[in-house]
Design a protein around this ligand. Sequence first.
Ligand code: PHE
Length: 338
Amino acid sequence: MREKLEALLEAAVSEIQKATSEDALQELRVKYLGKKGELTTIMKSIGALSPDDRPAMGQVVNSVRDRLEEQLQLNLGIVRESQKAARLREERIDITLPGRRRPMGSKHPVTLIIEEISEIFAGLGFQVAEGPEIELDYYNFEALNFPKDHPARDMQDTFFVDEKRLLRTHTSPVQIRTMLKHAPPVRIIAPGTVYRCDSDATHSPMFHQIEGLMVDKGITFGDLKGILTIFINQLFGSGTGVRLRPSFFPFTEPSAEVDIACVICKGKGCRVCKNSGWLEILGAGMVDPEVFRHVKYDSEAVSGFAFGMGIERIAMLKFGISDMRLLFENDIRFLSQF
Ligand code: PHE
């Protein structure tokens, strides 16, 4: 039996040393050490020996098993090393190849305009304020002096969330939120997303506005006109014509619609300005005392002006975009031009 074991060990070691793959080594492990393996079979026959011979034989079998185990591990290491070396030889990295470029993203035209306008007003001492897009009816309408039955509250204009909440239809509620939080003076702009139930080539149900609010002692309509003229000249170029027309908003009194000389035809008249020579770009006015009453400002002590403008319309004018829907189709070919 001892000779048999020695022969087995010799044969097994030489087979293991010749193996060149992990699979081959695994097969050899099964062949010798597996449940029905050669060594296992011999081990089982120990039971047939006389009790005196069993311990010595058992020791020999164990040491043969340990030797095989050792040899298998050793060759497994060798095989793995040589496989790794072969892989490294094949997978040479050519560091002289040019890198793969990631396409550069670009800012959305609406973002670009918001940033440009914010920067102009930052230069005039305005801070940026924000408010929620799901807004209370109270801040969107009530505190801004919209009468209960005002048509702007109607279903066709406003997306209501429930009885008390809606998607803000303008950025003007940020005026209320700001004044409730801060005592005068205030000087803020509030860019943000607004929603109206409206959709065609020049209206999107989701669009953007920038609100402006300045309140202090002795602010006049002249300040409003001055600030807006500086702003328009910076945004559209110095010398751009500015025109104020009387208008109405529940939260300003007096109110004005502000036009600029058409940036396309310079006031001569064209398709974009519908031959009028003027383009309407914002609404504005002096803050109505009724609004001050809601935020507990003393309208005898302070006065102020507010204005609001649509960003998409300005982006379309500045970049020469004819259809507002292009702004929200997310077509990379369109967006990457800005
Ligand atoms: N909120 C008004 C609108 O959406 C614009 C506006 C803002 C008018 C501030 C006057 C003062 O049409």
